[in-house]
Design a protein around this ligand. Structure first.
Ligand code: GDP
Ligand code: MN
Length: 340
């Protein structure tokens, strides 16, 4: 057996280098992915698609974040998949941006985790999942590696990019003054955010100056602000403006929520937190539905139709696009933006 493998390896061409293209106008932006060493196969799966469907024409840098150091093997595989010479950084998250803070009452947090396990709440018993949600809600954009960037595109392991992306979404963000771009929206599990909306209402009363007068409240609440619609954008796909997260309004918003402790006493996700943040603190028209970006995460996919489908050589059936599902919130947003 060994001989056969040695033979095969000797036949293998030398590693490819990142393809050289004529320089394109690039935006001040980066691709980023938070992942674990164990996610390697899923990371490669997603990276390959983003590269083939989009980034082979643009060569935006990649930044991979982890709360523990990436293994050499992980770094080698990802670098080789991108092509030697690609702009890729493997970053470590400082513990203070990741771990459960000391001022959280661990007894109370633990009791809540146990109750959520008993109630079958997704990830209800996981501390690391909570760390991840809090990091994505309030810290990634403050990481030193992102300081000089204006926009980012979040990618997750094991997702599908179903259509060619024949233009630069970052340019759309900049030219059209967009704050937040999404492909899928849906309803949150109420059990993960029982008091989040109370905190949001309290924040709005205390800091009315941060609430945007032309916000997307009608997407977030159908009861004039009394209750949360549970609508949120799925943050596993996200193209957004880092300056918005770093700005005064969202910074105050995150600090306020963080001190409620709900990331640990409940299981507040970065998806509802980002969505409420963008929906309340930014103009509603600065939220952009990337209709032409075909995308799948777990069991839901967004698939465009018609000419857009054809131009994108989309590998999906528009008929089963999540947009048509009664669990999708997207038509709600389009409705309040006057495109419903
Ligand atoms: P789901 O999409 O809500 O089911 O959650 P995922 O398991 O996909 O996690 C969301 C993102 O966070 C993915 O990019 C994961 O790779 C990443 N992630 C989740 N937990 C951890 C963790 O403990 N450490 C690291 N480094 N990444 C994590
Ligand atoms: Mn996921």
């Amino acid at each position: 057996k060994k001989q056969v493998y040695d033979y095969l390896l000797s036949q293998t061409p030398t590693p490819r280098t990142a393809p050289v293209h004529p320089p394109v106008q690039r935006e001040n932006a980066t691709l980023l992915m938070l992942c674990r060493n164990e996610d390697l196969a899923g990371v490669l799966y997603s990276v390959q698609q983003v590269e083939d469907r989009f980034n082979r024409n643009y060569h935006y840098p990649w930044i991979f974040f982890n709360d523990v150091p990436f293994h050499e093997q992980f770094k080698t595989r990802v670098t080789e998949a991108l092509g030697k010479g690609a702009d890729v950084t493997f970053a470590l998250i400082p513990p203070e941006m990741w771990n459960q803070p000391d001022w959280i009452d661990e007894k109370k947090a633990k009791a809540s985790r146990q109750k959520m396990v008993a109630d079958d709440v997704p990830y209800g018993g996981s501390v690391s999942y909570r760390n991840m949600c809090r990091f994505n809600s309030g810290f990634f954009y403050r990481h030193e590696l992102l300081q000089d960037y204006r926009y980012y595109w979040r990618v997750e392991p094991e997702v599908d990019y179903l259509c060619d992306i024949n233009y630069d979404p970052f340019t759309v963000m900049r030219e059209k003054n967009k704050t937040y771009g999404f492909t899928l929206s849906l309803y949150e599990h109420k059990s993960t955010v029982p008091t989040l909306w109370d905190a949001v209402k309290e924040f709005s009363k205390l800091y009315p100056q941060h609430v945007h007068p032309d916000n997307a409240m009608k997407f977030l609440s159908w009861t004039g602000g009394h209750t949360y619609s549970l609508c949120h954008f799925w943050t596993n796909f996200e193209i957004a403006d880092l300056d918005f997260w770093r700005g005064e309004a969202y910074s105050a918003f995150f600090e306020f929520l963080d001190h409620k402790g709900g990331f640990y006493y409940e299981r507040w996700g970065d998806a509802p937190v980002h969505s409420i943040g963008a929906g309340l603190l930014a103009p509603k028209d600065s939220i952009h539905f990337f209709y032409d970006i075909g995308y799948r995460h777990t069991n839901a996919h967004h698939c465009p139709s018609g000419n857009v489908w054809a131009a994108g050589r989309c590998a999906c059936d528009p008929k089963t696009s999540f947009d048509h599902s009664s669990y999708s919130c997207t038509d709600r947003l389009l409705g309040i933006q006057g495109n419903g």
